[in-house]
Design a protein around this ligand. Structure first.
Ligand code: GAL
Length: 658
């Protein structure tokens, strides 16, 4: 477990580098990132590479026993490239910002190859370098250049083989919009269907993600033979639609993401928790990052106020420390922050760093990073890693393709697939259960007792048989409304609603309802009524299917809302409603109790992690709480009473009550 920070030596006078690196080391940090966005300094003129400064800074850092993550500088192309080859710019972008060149363009690829080769040859296997970060937060608006249109056509031709197949996959019979040749196809302008063809837009999302993965592969292939065992990563934004992280699985050895938990945009503002953040949103992405290679890190962690949200709320005292510990308690290999120094100029001049505008004085975030560096010394090495033996209790399936299609064709305006996933995640997190994010392309581990697959609208035979096998093998599968409605092209089945999953769920979906914004309906579960409004399926349950919940009002009061079909030792529960959190919590709690999972019902916004004999409690509330520690618990950090935004870590090893 290491902590560290981004440092941009080229942005500061040379005579301050040593002072800054000394300070970073004195703060207890072990890692600095170097080189990000530095292409303009590395290659100030075409083919002229200046790497001495960077090499020099690597040496200075190494002398202070700091480890280095080198970044490829490709998120900002140098001005000479933009000037000499204007065709490389994304449509409508000009030089002066970042992420403004088209990663698909052959010239960009050519210059990328050269600069990354230079960097990797010079510094790839430097002993102080521990890993490589490729680029920065891949994203771009749907480009409209001829280069992109052509690349999209080539990708489609490979995928479909013939224009007839494409017309079928895109349902072009509708409005008679068929193509007779691939050359007629244009890359869509955005992910909004805009009353165009949603199947086409779904493919556009797939293609765009592939295009970033392909550019990433270009760089990874250069690095791989030159960096030995060092990790290769890129930093993702949470659930950002431009990249499905799974597309890069073969090219990254460690996954990482950037977390800015307090933007001031949180909905819940009645207390101070909007300054601390919602832990479900953070922890779900931690688990997602862990799900690819079981090796992940927190790359950029918000150190204080940011410049970009429009609501730069003051962060709650202690929250940065809480976020660092949250990442470490979810198995992050390291936690680093953007950035060491607050800039004095440029777009992000209001962005806090670990030190303020004088370049020396620790900010509140800086003090908290330093505090964690001290606290880490109290935790025995290796103790924070989730024990290999603790099998996850709940699996949550995250299928990126569904995120894309819901964005293009939401049907219900308030259907937010990211939020829906988070609600199910929060319901399991509230019970203190370890959660594993599952990907549809991988096998479903039979040892996970409960698997929740929310809103898997598009389905294929492979996934249906994985579900079936999992249930036959004794697993409990929870499916929800909007599951199994379509094939992977996003087209409905000719047949009853959700045809492929009907044998699993033991009934049928007769109709659905969506309520206006100012109305809520009621569902009754175990004698208690819960509100819902986003989506409600009206179900028919076959005689042997168990009815768990019913609608309690509207003209269809008494209609089935949740049902469960047993199949041998396993079962499938079908939840027909996108309801509020309280209902989601109640249903998951009921199923977990029936499955006899070892649950601990936690207060809202409190996270409990069990890591071998260590327990970590993370309090995202703005008031103190009691720690559920046994009487022989030995506290390494914190005590029985945990302050607002506080962290407690204790060892239960010698606890006779356990
Ligand atoms: C991130 C980005 C950083 C910096 C930061 C500001 O999204 O990767 O380079 O711009 O935001 O909060």
């Amino acid at each position: 477990m290491k902590i560290g920070t981004y440092y941009y030596p080229e942005q500061w006078p040379r005579e301050q580098w040593e002072r800054d690196l000394d300070h970073i080391a004195q703060m207890g940090m072990q890692i600095v990132h170097l080189g990000e966005f530095a292409w303009g300094t590395i290659e100030p003129a075409e083919g002229q590479y200046h790497l001495d400064w960077l090499h020099g800074c690597v040496e200075l850092a190494a002398r202070r026993k700091l480890k280095i993550i080198l970044c490829t500088p490709t998120a900002v192309v140098p001005v000479w490239m933009a000037q000499k080859y204007p065709e490389i710019m994304l449509t409508g972008k000009r030089f002066g910002g970042r992420r403004h060149a088209l990663h698909l363009h052959s010239r960009v690829r050519e210059f990328t190859t050269k600069v990354v080769t230079q960097l990797a040859e010079r510094l790839g296997d430097h002993p102080a370098v521990i890993g490589w970060q490729i680029d920065n937060e891949y994203n771009a608006p749907f480009d409209q250049s001829e280069t992109t249109h052509k690349a999209f056509r080539a990708w489609l031709e490979k995928r479909y083989g013939s224009i007839e197949n494409l017309n079928k996959a895109w349902g072009c019979q509708f409005w008679n919009t068929f193509y007779s040749d691939f050359s007629q196809i244009l890359f869509p302008t955005s992910r909004d269907a805009d009353y165009r063809n949603p199947h086409e837009t779904l493919d556009a999302s797939r293609f765009w993600s592939w295009s970033f993965a392909d550019y990433n592969k270009l760089q990874a292939d250069i690095l791989k033979p030159r960096v030995g065992e060092r990790f290769i990563t890129t930093n993702f934004m949470p659930l950002h639609l431009d990249c499905d992280p799974a597309d890069m699985a073969n090219d990254l050895s460690l996954y990482s993401w950037d977390s800015y938990p307090v933007t001031g945009l949180e909905k819940q503002t009645q207390d101070e928790t909007f300054r601390i953040a919602d832990p479900a949103g953070i922890c779900m992405i931690h688990d997602q990052m862990a799900s690819y290679h079981n090796r992940w890190a927190m790359m950029e962690l918000q150190p204080g106020q940011t410049n970009w949200s429009g609501v730069p709320t003051l962060v709650y005292p202690g929250a940065v420390r809480l976020w660092i510990w949250t990442a470490l308690a979810h198995g992050a290999e390291f936690v680093t922050t953007y950035r060491y120094r607050q800039p004095l100029w440029g777009m992000e001049l209001f962005h806090h760093g670990l030190v303020g505008t004088d370049g020396v004085m620790l900010s509140p975030g800086g003090r908290q990073f330093s505090q964690v560096a001290d606290e880490l010394k109290k935790i025995p090495a290796g103790k924070l890693k989730p024990a290999k033996t603790t099998a996850p209790s709940v699996g949550l399936m995250l299928d990126f393709e569904q995120l894309w299609y819901y964005t293009t064709l939401p049907q219900a305006r308030r259907w937010n697939q990211g939020r829906f996933l988070q609600m199910w995640y929060r319901a399991a997190m509230r019970l203190g259960l370890p959660i594993k994010i599952l990907q549809p392309g991988r096998p479903i581990p039979a040892e996970i007792p409960l698997v929740i697959a929310p809103g898997i609208q598009m389905i294929d035979d492979g996934l249906v048989s994985k579900f079936q096998q999992y249930v036959t093998g004794g697993g409990h599968l929870l499916l929800t409304c909007r599951s199994g409605l379509m094939n992977r092209n996003g087209q409905l089945w000719e047949g009853p609603t959700a045809r492929p999953i009907l044998p699993l769920i033991g009934g049928s979906i007769e109709a659905y309802d969506v309520l206006p914004d100012d109305r809520t309906g009621q569902i009754e579960l175990d004698g208690k009524k819960y509100p819902w409004s986003v989506w409600g399926d009206l179900l028919y349950a076959e005689p042997e299917t168990r009815v768990l919940a019913k609608y309690a009002d509207q003209f269809y009061a008494g209609a089935v809302a949740v049902m469960q079909k047993k199949q041998g030792p396993g079962a499938t529960t079908y939840c027909g409603a996108f309801a509020e959190q309280a209902f989601t919590d109640a249903l998951v709690e009921k199923l977990c109790k029936e499955l006899k999972l070892p649950t601990t019902v936690l207060p809202d916004r409190v996270v409990l992690r069990t890591l071998g004999s260590l327990k970590v409690l993370l309090n995202y509330q703005d008031k103190p709480i009691d720690v559920p520690a046994g009487k022989n618990a030995r506290f390494l950090i914190g005590s029985k009473r945990l302050e607002a935004a506080g962290v407690a870590i204790w060892d239960e090893h010698n606890d006779a009550t356990k």
